[in-house]
Write a protein that binds this ligand. Structure first.
Ligand code: PBG
Length: 311
């Protein structure tokens, strides 16, 4: 009766890694229980989740090295399997909510989210590529565009491009306060997308900065974002709380790969009780102020709920 915070399955967004081809369900070493799925298997996975009452998904492509280049042309190519999978899922599950990833790194031979020239990231020159990527995803049927690249000005650019192509109803969940974090390691393993040289510190945020997140929020609100995301989530609960206080937009929290991996590793060693520790972690994001939570634990949470294993 006096409980202040409740986590609802509708708050959760489940990340799915996809690969080209058929018959593939490849485990990812540092993400136990998470796989790279080919089209046939991702359809089955989404169906299972939908049957559990989990309806929201964010999709990430694992692209073959031979298809990567400096300008990420495959990201908006008609042959792109990622776009094909989006269309297929939207057709088979019209009531699902599908979110994309917009950034160059899965398609970039440099492994960076933006264009690289002489070791530098070209912010403004990257925007055109991100815009094309977003429009291609909207054409495929995506519901929410997720720019994870952290280039300045990209929310406005993507919004304008979408509106020009009559995709006014496609929303943008901006990766607003995305920190240059060590906790993305397992994700980069999953996509083989680690930077070939340098790091992401010129476009992702300094983990020491909190007020800079407010500045990023102001820009994203002005540029037309529909959600503001904080990433990682567990290590940045203060930032989630701060943005919730400052802005009226829904706040999303990305419980990243390294945060999930820590919990799984401790549980595998018998050092933590996963079934207790995981729901407590998810609840903390909600308590801090997030309404949308991107988490690798989403399906497990849905299963626990269905089986009556949640207190
Ligand atoms: C890259 C991207 C990353 C994640 C989502 N999109 C990694 C990075 O910035 O290098 C990380 C997600 C996770 O760790 O779960 N555009």
């Amino acid at each position: 009766m006096v409980r202040e915070t409740r986590l609802d399955l509708a708050n959760l967004i489940f990340p799915l890694f996809v690969v080209d081809g058929t018959g593939k369900k490849e485990p990812i070493g540092a993400l136990p229980g998470i796989f790279r799925f080919s089209e046939d298997y991702v359809v089955k996975e989404v169906e299972e989740c939908m049957n559990l009452g989990l309806r929201s998904f964010v999709l990430f492509p694992a692209v073959e090295d031979s298809l990567k280049d400096k300008t990420a042309t495959y990201s908006y190519s008609e042959k792109n399997f990622y776009l094909r999978i989006i269309s297929r899922l939207k057709k088979e599950f019209p009531e699902s909510c599908l979110m994309s990833d917009v950034a160059m790194d899965p398609y970039s031979s440099d492994g960076h989210d933006g264009l690289v020239e002489n070791g530098r990231i070209l912010n403004d020159e990257t925007l055109g590529i991100l815009g094309k990527m977003a429009v291609a995803q909207a054409e495929a049927g995506i519901d929410i565009i997720g720019p994870s690249d952290m280039m300045d000005g990209r929310v406005q650019h993507i919004r304008e491009e979408l509106d020009d192509e009559d995709f006014e109803n496609v929303a943008i969940m901006s990766y607003c306060a995305k920190y240059a974090s060590a906790y993305y390691g397992p994700f980069r393993e999953a996509l083989a997308s680690a930077p070939k040289s340098g790091d992401k510190k010129t476009y992702q945020m300094d983990p020491a900065n909190k007020w800079e997140a407010v500045r990023e929020g102001e820009l994203d609100v002005a540029e037309g974002a529909d959600f503001l995301m904080v990433k990682p989530a567990l290590l940045y609960l203060d930032v989630i709380h701060l943005l919730k206080e400052k802005f009226e937009l829904p706040i999303a929290a990305y419980n990243v790969s390294g945060e999930y991996a820590m919990l799984k590793a401790a549980a595998a060693n018998g050092w933590l009780n996963y079934d207790q520790a995981m729901p407590e972690m998810l609840l903390s994001f909600k308590r801090a102020g997030a309404t949308s939570i991107l988490t690798y634990a989403a399906k497990e949470y849905a299963q626990m709920l269905k089986e009556g294993r949640l207190a």
